[in-house]
Design a protein around this ligand. Structure first.
Ligand SMILES: [Zn+2]
Length: 236
């Protein structure tokens, strides 16, 4: 059974592998978990002995299939708990990460599967990140684009944030942006990549900084369904 600290290492490697192709360095892992390079290095040997990582000196570290399965399970717990905290306990999306960091270490597959079912098998956590299913794979998520790269003059909807750090989420609160916000890119400024956007139901244009545009996932918003009542049969 992996300990909390081992779980945090495996999760850190999973996150780092997402960002870059192939192996990750022990230094990067140490930084991510807040340990010294020496203790991260020692941990990699131990994880290697258990068959959870492949660790080659000078070439870095990668998760084995077994290690990957454990890391995805932790991610699954983390994101389901975040969903639960927001949907059922009334937390804001910038308040749940730290709590989920604790809850993710409660190691009961039965609990997590029941939580998943209770929530209705959600695909996304409150930050728009995909939740792995019980098989350790992500449930399919619609194609999405970074706002920084989105075309102009399309109706877009905010579907996720790239870095769900609390400070960024609070900043989005100041800007009045949340998941589901609808907007259109009106103008892209080549000088610094800032965007003039128009939010649905707001007349004025709003200028968004490049750092914000690079961290918001958007999708083309579907037009609202048109409900047609049959003739001679008015709604009661
Ligand atoms: Zn989180």
């Amino acid at each position: 059974m992996p300990t909390v600290s081992v779980e945090n290492y495996l999760k850190a490697i999973l996150h780092l592998e997402e960002g870059e192709e192939g192996r990750v360095s022990t230094t990067a892992i140490a930084e991510k978990v807040g340990a010294t390079p020496a203790s991260a290095s020692a941990m990699m040997s131990r994880l290697g002995d258990r068959g959870w990582v492949e660790h080659e000196r000078y070439y870095g570290v990668s998760l084995t299939e077994k290690g990957q399965r454990i890391a995805m399970e932790i991610l699954r717990r983390h994101r389901l708990w975040e969903r639960f905290l927001v949907d059922h306990l009334g937390f804001e999306w910038d308040q749940v990460h730290e709590i989920a960091e604790e809850l993710e270490h409660v190691d009961s597959r039965e609990l997590v599967n029941r939580l998943d079912a209770f929530l209705g098998f959600p695909k996304l956590d409150p930050h728009g990140d995909a939740i792995p299913g019980p098989n350790g794979r992500f449930r399919s998520v619609a194609a999405r684009t970074l706002l920084a790269e989105a075309p102009r003059n399309l109706d877009l909807v905010v579907v996720g944030v790239v870095d769900g750090g609390d400070a960024f989420l609070r900043h989005l609160g100041v800007l009045g942006i949340e998941l589901g916000s609808r907007l259109t890119v009106m103008e892209r400024h080549s000088f610094d990549g800032s965007l003039h956007v128009r939010f649905a139901d707001v007349d004025e244009l709003q200028l968004l900084a490049p750092s914000v545009c690079a961290r918001l996932w958007v999708d083309q918003s579907n037009p609202a369904p048109v409900i047609v009542f049959p003739e001679n049969d008015p709604p009661s």
